[in-house]
Design a binder for this molecule. Structure first.
Ligand code: SF4
Ligand code: SF4
Length: 369
């Protein structure tokens, strides 16, 4: 059974100022920080309530700003849980941080790259961040600390995806996780892709997934394309651009099967102790208050799906791929005001007249260089 992925937001302080930050993090953040005892209580209760493996992901803000970050690593281990680290690509992720991650058994560490050189630095709001991302990858590789690269997919980054892919191949990064923009927090003013453009990116990623392990965040229709590319295939100009710019096509003699399904159920413990299905979906599942897991979270954990099928909009709930996908509840909320609407980013939904009207009016994406 897929694991429960428990994201723990240790802080909202961050030495970067990313354009897309859902948490609007920065060094001037006044948000509270989670104490070790509170996280221990939460994870302990989660373990006793769930029959699934729990994988913890420490995220922020920049978790490298927490002087007690090693205590959180040790906590996961003491509870028998695997853990990953998601620090911000900055000078704070130094040799000591990486060594502590390695010595305490981190399963992996994510490093964000949103473009090449100046594009990345512009998106991340601090010059030199790209340099640190590459340095961190190099140092982690030398220490044999497993890594993955995370990349934002938005109008501002999409034209550089082939260059990032080329860099990952060159650096032998095994996992590429692509986060499709949700217009929330500071990301509210960024450019989202149109459904056809998302479809093009997804088809391209499925193609690449024979060379590199692909995961998507907030684009669950990747699973639809993965299992049934022929039924839904319809390439647009963006696919042709991405495919034409990729210098390393799949080698049928040396590939693994396409990857991406069964990532697991996510839970997000925010820095103020509130629990949500994800950091992009502020639908309350209660808060951690010393009395065990809140009832809404227990109910959420019991169900196979995050939300009952019959409560979801018709385009998604009637879709033959619902069990594999279900649509992004976060994008539904950002576009329609209801997390139970169908996913307006999916090309299958976009062809339903009921929501076609509200889609991406007037947003243009520049990728034909
Ligand atoms: S590194 Fe992460 S937490 Fe920091 S500003 Fe960027 S998106 Fe926000
Ligand atoms: S219609 Fe909804 S459930 Fe079906 S593939 Fe699209 S987003 Fe997923």
């Amino acid at each position: 059974m897929p694991p429960v992925l428990a994201f723990i937001e240790l802080t909202r302080k961050c030495d970067l100022l990313c354009m897309h930050c859902r948490a609007s993090a920065g060094m001037d953040s006044n948000a509270p920080e989670l104490a070790l005892s509170r996280v221990a209580e939460f994870l302990g209760a989660l373990k006793s309530e769930s029959n699934r493996n729990i994988h913890v992901i420490y995220t922020g803000g920049n978790i490298a700003l927490r002087s007690d970050i090693v205590d959180f690593m040790k906590l996961s281990r003491s509870l028998g849980m695997t853990f990953s680290l998601s620090p911000s690509p900055s000078s704070l992720v130094n040799t000591d941080f990486l060594k502590a991650a390695k010595d305490n058994g981190a399963s992996s560490m994510s490093v964000s790259i949103d473009g090449v050189e100046s594009t990345h630095d512009r998106i991340r709001g601090v010059s030199g961040s790209f340099h640190h991302a590459i340095r961190i990858l190099d140092q982690a590789k030398a220490m044999r600390l497993p890594v993955q690269v995370n990349t934002l997919v938005a109008g501002e980054t999409v034209s550089e995806l082939p260059k990032i892919y080329g860099k990952l191949v060159e650096m032998q990064v095994p996992v590429w996780e692509l986060f499709f923009l949700i217009n929330t927090g500071r990301g509210d003013s960024m450019q989202d892709l149109r459904p056809q453009e998302m479809e093009d990116v997804i088809h391209w990623l499925v193609h690449l997934s024979r060379n590199i392990r692909i995961r998507t965040v907030e684009a669950p229709f990747y699973n639809r394309v993965l299992v049934s590319p022929c039924e839904t295939i319809r390439y647009g100009n963006l696919y042709k651009y991405l495919h034409g710019m990729s210098q390393t096509p799949a080698n049928p003699e040396d590939h693994h099967p396409p990857t991406g399904l069964h990532r697991g159920k996510t839970i997000f413990l925010a820095s103020d102790g509130n629990v949500f299905p994800s950091g992009f979906l502020p639908v309350s599942l209660g808060s951690v208050d010393g009395k065990g897991l809140p009832p809404a979270l227990k109910e959420y954990m019991r169900n196979d799906f995050s939300f009952p099928r019959e409560s979801i909009g018709p385009e998604c709930s009637l879709c033959p791929f619902f069990d594999l996908c279900g649509g992004s509840r976060a994008r539904a909320l950002a576009y329609t005001g209801s997390h139970l609407s169908s996913d307006p980013g999916c090309i299958m939904c976009s062809e339903f007249p009921v929501i076609k009207q509200s889609l991406h009016n007037g947003r243009a994406v520049e990728y034909e260089h």
